[in-house]
Design a protein around this ligand. Structure first.
Ligand SMILES: Cc1ncc(COP(=O)(O)O)c(C=O)c1O
Length: 355
């Protein structure tokens, strides 16, 4: 089975498993797991921040960023198709009590003008206490639902500059920040610089089985630790999993460029396959969102799965395929063959004509 559902499906290598098995550990709730401490220090350094806290998931990392920097009732300025809105089970409302102000983005990307427009202009006739407090600008890079969109650095700088002028704090959901950097050549530290807090994931593309981290100032991260405990994220001998993340940072970072190249090959093959459609300019990192024009996405996804290719349907005709370190260039060529032959079979069987 060629599994392109997500870059989270990777399995730890034997060398990573060895590193995990032999990790030095302690009780991290008491702060004495040396491997977790090393990972937190390493992540903070990579992102140019004072401190970082290790958490099991990117969702918890995002929620800690919100909880530590907002009050219930505050408003988050954000793209409407962000992961934290669509795919975190409503946690921002349930755990943090915040509301969302979606701004019009272009596949997840917007700029300072949109942030400016999201502010309620102050005027004596508009008592400020009527409005929820605009508190935090939230940016996702790369943007998952947008199709792995890579934010241009100038757009980030402009949006954050406007946010700061209006007194907002800023959070970057960099679940795939590594991919943004591999695709654009912009160092992760430059992407992270304008933000108060940054989430990164070690289990998306980097090949670690578990783990994310939130980085920021020492004060914010200290506060985030309190909420990590409150959310049930205090882990004990977590060095076992932190060792997988450290191994991934040491050995797998350089492989992400191949994933970006494979996504481009996949997208170009899809573009030249009758019955499929993709906007090539939207394929910017390791995520390929494309359309099955002649049949429902569910039918297509099921038929591909039966033929040995696993992908996710997304909406009536949308599909998502994600490249990662456990699929090779040969797998991508084979995936394209499977898609073409599935379409032929569906066409011959009349499914395309009926659709
Ligand atoms: C952009 C983005 N942010 C956050 C997350 C959440 O990560 P996790 O699945 O580790 O909770 C994901 C997961 O895919 C994601 O794509």
């Amino acid at each position: 089975m060629i599994d392109l559902r997500s870059d989270t499906v990777t399995k730890p290598t034997e060398a990573m498993r060895q590193a995990m098995a032999h990790a030095e550990v302690g009780d991290d709730v008491y702060g004495d797991d040396p491997t977790v401490n090393a990972l937190e220090a390493r992540t903070a350094e990579l992102l140019g921040k004072e401190a970082a806290v290790f958490v099991p998931t990117g969702s918890m990392s995002n929620q800690l960023a919100l909880r530590a920097q907002t009050e219930p009732g505050d408003l988050i300025v954000i793209d409407g198709a962000s992961h934290v809105i669509l795919n975190e089970g409503g946690a921002a409302a349930a755990l943090c009590g915040v509301t969302m102000k979606p701004v019009p983005g272009h596949h997840g990307v917007f700029g300072g003008a949109e942030v400016e427009a999201a502010m309620e202009p102050a005027h004596p006739f508009n008592p400020g206490h009527l409005n929820p407090k605009r508190r935090l600008l939230f940016i996702e890079n790369t943007h998952n639902a947008g199709g792995g969109t890579v934010w241009p650095l100038p757009a980030i700088l402009y949006a954050c500059e406007v946010a700061r002028r209006h007194g907002l704090v800023t959070h970057l959901d960099g679940a795939r920040l590594w991919h943004a950097s591999a695709a654009s050549g912009v160092p992760v530290v430059d992407y992270a610089a304008p933000f108060d807090t940054v989430n990164v994931c070690f289990s998306k593309g980097l090949g670690a089985p578990v783990g994310s981290a939130l980085a920021g100032s020492a004060g914010v991260i200290q506060r985030a630790r309190r909420f990590r405990q409150q959310f049930g994220g205090g882990m004990r001998q977590a060095g076992i999993i932190a060792a997988g993340a450290l191994f991934a940072l040491d050995h797998h970072m350089g492989d992400l460029e191949a994933d970006v190249r494979n996504a481009r090959v996949l997208a170009e093959g899809i573009a030249s396959t009758e019955g499929l459609d993709v906007a090539l300019e939207r394929v910017q990192s390791n995520i390929v969102r494309f359309q099955v024009t002649a049949v429902g996405a569910g039918v297509f996804a099921s038929a591909c799965h039966t033929a040995g290719l696993h992908m996710l349907p997304s909406g009536a005709h949308g599909m998502r395929a994600v490249t990662h370190r456990d699929v090779s260039g040969d797998d991508i060529r084979r995936a394209l063959e499977i898609m073409a032959s599935v379409l032929t079979v569906l066409r011959d069987g009349g499914a395309l004509a009926e659709a």
